[in-house]
Design a protein around this ligand. Structure first.
Ligand code: ADE
Length: 290
């Protein structure tokens, strides 16, 4: 069973949508929410991945349902939210986590590539949140957490994603202001480097960068998926009832690093790993074998 730091039953009977729930941070968060009693609607493009996670959650004693959908498709998103509402009777929370990008320098990004990344990481998140608001949360309140990225000061090598994520931060702030009247809180979590399955999606050319990434973090390592999930669950929970329009950075202090300041450690901060099914991405497993 998931070893959450949060109280058992904290989300009992609440319906929570997790987009990108088929892998990585989304899968981990779905497990934690289900372990705390939530009924989880898993959204993603690949039905098989969602079905696998739904089975894992059922095997762990939780409740989760697969809802395949491409969040770039406006009509499909409206239908998705309607279907979830019809099936479960309510929507209490949304984890707007689906995303993805490919490494490329700005000068090499085509308009098509740029727009694909912006549609996935910005427009899709907007559409999903808007439909949750209009179809459900406007009438019953709720909480939304948008997952962005450590893009502060630019995101060289992934400028399309950086621009989209920065847009999502501003969307978070505006939605927090406009939707407070309905009892809806909107916040964001900005993860830094995370040892999640998403790392295996990058091409071999960036393997060296991935393996060195932890060295640029004051805490001298990557995050576990559960360290990100814990922040998301906190922001969704009643303990965050006065937090609205905030971005919670979960990055080990990476954005504050100045050139030349030594990143030596006398003592490590032990990672928190509550996810009973966690496994290292292959790229990090291979390094451990070397
Ligand atoms: N995960 C990554 N891209 C996605 C998309 N377009 N729709 C749903 N889930 C996704």
């Amino acid at each position: 069973m998931y070893r959450s730091v949060f109280r058992p039953g904290l989300f009992k009977g609440r319906v929570v949508i997790v987009t990108g729930g088929g892998s990585g941070i989304g899968r981990c968060t779905a497990h934690e929410l289900a372990a705390l009693g939530a009924i989880v609607a898993l959204v993603g493009r690949t039905p098989e991945k969602l079905a696998t996670v739904a089975t894992e959650i059922a095997d762990s004693g939780g409740s989760a349902f697969a809802y395949p959908c491409n969040i770039r498709d406006e009509e499909a998103v409206a239908e998705l939210i309607g279907n979830i509402l019809a099936a479960h009777g309510r929507i209490d929370a949304l984890v707007n986590n689906a995303g993805g990008q490919f490494p490329a320098l700005l000068k090499d990004i085509s308009r098509k590539g740029w727009e694909a990344v912006v549609q996935t990481n910005l427009t899709g998140g907007f559409l999903t949140a808007r439909e949750c608001l209009n179809q459900a949360m406007q009438h019953s309140g709720g909480a939304i957490v948008n997952i962005v990225a450590d893009m502060w000061g630019g995101m060289p090598g992934m400028g399309h994603s950086g621009a989209a994520r920065a847009g999502m931060v501003n969307f978070t702030e505006t939605a927090a202001l406009e939707w407070a009247r309905y009892g809806v809180r909107v916040n964001a979590v900005a993860p830094g480097y995370v040892a999640s399955s998403g790392l295996d999606a990058y091409p071999p050319e960036v393997r060296g960068l991935i393996l060195q990434a932890g060295k640029h973090v004051p805490l001298q390592r990557m995050a576990t998926e559960s360290e990100i999930s814990a922040a998301i669950v906190f922001l969704l929970s009643d303990a965050a009832s006065f937090i609205n329009g905030a971005v919670l950075r979960v990055d080990g202090g990476r954005p504050g690093v100045r050139p030349g300041f030594p990143l030596d450690v006398d003592r490590t901060v032990e990672p928190f790993n509550g996810f009973h099914l966690a496994s290292l991405p292959k790229v990090l497993q291979d390094r451990e074998k070397e």
